[in-house]
Write a protein that binds this ligand. Structure first.
Ligand code: UDP
Ligand code: UDP
Length: 455
């Protein structure tokens, strides 16, 4: 299986992990490579955790009929062995636990594969299995190069976690390191360390970032400053979403708003807020005096969000009071379509990396309110690059509710900051240049395809 039958047409197998934040960029890269002449097979696990994933997969295969679908039947997984009830993490564990079935699945497809493209969560189980059948693995890293740096050097952290210096980059305060990593015997940490250790065994790491956004991290990674032995780290972002041909409903409302006047508020596909915090966020948006488009989410899995009524969440009369300048929606929106709209002037975001790279691509300034995981590390990239600012509000399961007054004040500050608008717009211009064929990321993608053809 070490080489495909036609070296000019490499055959790639894509294996994402769970959640839209992983699935979407995997679909986008698969589509981009298919359009550039690669043969692509996409591995899917059914049923998906969220309804959004299920719709996205259906739309994706309908829009790209050339991309083959490989259904991966997982072995039954016993969740009691893993200290988490998060359905997305449990799915990741189930995929990892079935990695030994991959060779048979891959052997069922022709032409033979030239490479496997995997999510970082799956790296330490999948890379050795692929290597055993002579298949190189590439990681499609869907978070920041800063986060990749933390991952790459974290295995050297054997003492208890405190502030952590990333060589060649910056010092990450303990409060910004994902909470689970504070406990070195936590199962997430064990896996994080294993995934960090296996990085040198990957044939390459593709990152959804670009030179002007993370110049220091990209240079440090590629010059061996962060960790020894890393394969080429190739920036190919910000990758635009594969166009699946839908127009979402908030658009007609946005069409009626003045340019750059609306703050868009969304915390990703799986970050839920308590009812109390949702109420205060509502108060804050109202007090800010700004126009807003807010995707409210009170459940981790979207299928359960459908059962919650907005009026009950936000308090009686809220929607009526704000209707002339605010739109609140529940459920999935097409975020890229929103960020691209001329009416959007700011983004209150949890700092999921996909959201930030979309904000960068469209030059939208960000107010970061990281909530957990990699998000404070990503937020630091926001601040250092001029894309926006961020606040240390409730984090990683902290119960404390941030009051509306404070939220309103920060949102107003964001929307009045012309300097920030200008620097975000400049980054947007750099992003567009980067993804052009002769830009740094366009060349990165060509370099990756070249690596595949040389095999
Ligand atoms: N997204 C969207 N509509 C929504 C919520 C999220 O299109 O209602 C998309 C968003 O554009 C991004 C992804 O889902 O591409 C979320 O990924 P991110 O890394 O920002 O955060 P996560 O959801 O993984 O925490
Ligand atoms: N991550 C990593 N190594 C791992 C697991 C996760 O570098 O072994 C990174 C990856 O970028 C992931 C991020 O940590 O997207 C944050 O993980 P989180 O717990 O927030 O889950 P997500 O929202 O991405 O599913």
């Amino acid at each position: 299986m070490s080489s495909s039958s036609d070296p000019e047409k490499p055959h790639l197998a894509f294996l994402p992990s769970a959640g839209m934040g992983h699935l979407k960029p995997f679909c986008s890269l698969a589509a981009a490579l298919s359009e550039r002449g690669c043969d692509v097979s996409f591995i899917t696990v059914q049923p998906t955790v969220s309804a959004a994933e299920s719709c996205h997969i259906a739309d994706f295969f309908a829009a790209f009929p050339r991309i083959r679908r490989l259904d991966f039947d997982l072995v039954a997984y016993d969740p009691s062995g893993f200290a988490s009830t998060d359905p997305f993490f449990l799915r990741v564990q189930a995929i990892r636990g079935s990695a030994h079935l991959l060779p048979a699945l891959l052997a069922s497809s022709s032409p033979p594969f030239s490479a496997l493209v995997i999510d970082i969560f799956l790296a330490s189980t999948c890379i050795p299995i692929a290597a055993a059948i002579g298949l190189p693995s590439y990681i499609w890293f869907i978070s920041s190069a800063a986060m990749l740096s933390l991952l790459a050097c974290f295995p050297t952290c054997s003492a208890g976690v405190s502030d952590f210096e990333i060589p060649g980059l910056w010092r990450v305060p303990k409060a910004s390191i994902p909470r689970a990593l504070h406990n070195l015997s936590h199962p997430f940490t064990t896996q994080f360390v294993e995934n960090g250790r296996i990085l040198p065994k990957a044939s390459g790491i593709l990152v959804n970032t670009f030179e002007a956004l993370e110049p220091v991290a990209l240079a440090a990674l590629n010059r061996g400053k962060v960790a020894p032995g890393l394969p080429p780290v190739i920036a190919i972002g910000p990758l635009q979403a594969a166009s699946l041909g839908h127009e979402g409903s908030p658009l007609s409302w946005l069409h009626g708003q003045p340019a750059r006047s609306v703050v868009y508020v969304c915390f990703g596909n799986r970050t839920a807020m308590s009812k109390e915090q949702i109420r205060e966020l509502g108060v804050g948006l109202e007090k800010s005096g700004c126009r807003f488009l807010w995707v409210a989410k009170s459940k981790i899995v979207d299928r359960e969000d459908g059962e919650v009524e907005l009026e009950g969440l936000l308090g009686e009369g809220y929607l009526e009071r704000v209707k002339h300048r605010g739109l609140v929606v529940k459920g999935w929106v097409d975020q890229e379509e929103i960020l691209r709209h001329r009416a959007i002037g700011g983004f209150l975001s949890h700092c999921g990396w996909n959201s930030l790279s979309e904000a960068a691509l469209h030059g939208v300034r960000v107010l970061g309110w990281p909530r957990g995981g990699d998000q404070r590390v990503n937020a630091e990239v926001v601040a250092r690059s001029g894309l926006g600012i961020w606040v240390e509000w409730s984090w990683d399961g902290e119960e404390e509710v941030v009051m509306g007054e404070e939220i309103g004040e920060r949102v107003r500050q964001l929307m009045e900051d012309d300097g920030l608008q200008a620097s975000a717009a400049r980054l947007g211009e750099e992003a567009v240049k980067a993804v052009a064929a002769d830009g740094s990321s366009g060349k990165g993608l060509a370099e990756f395809i070249g690596m595949l053809k040389m095999r």
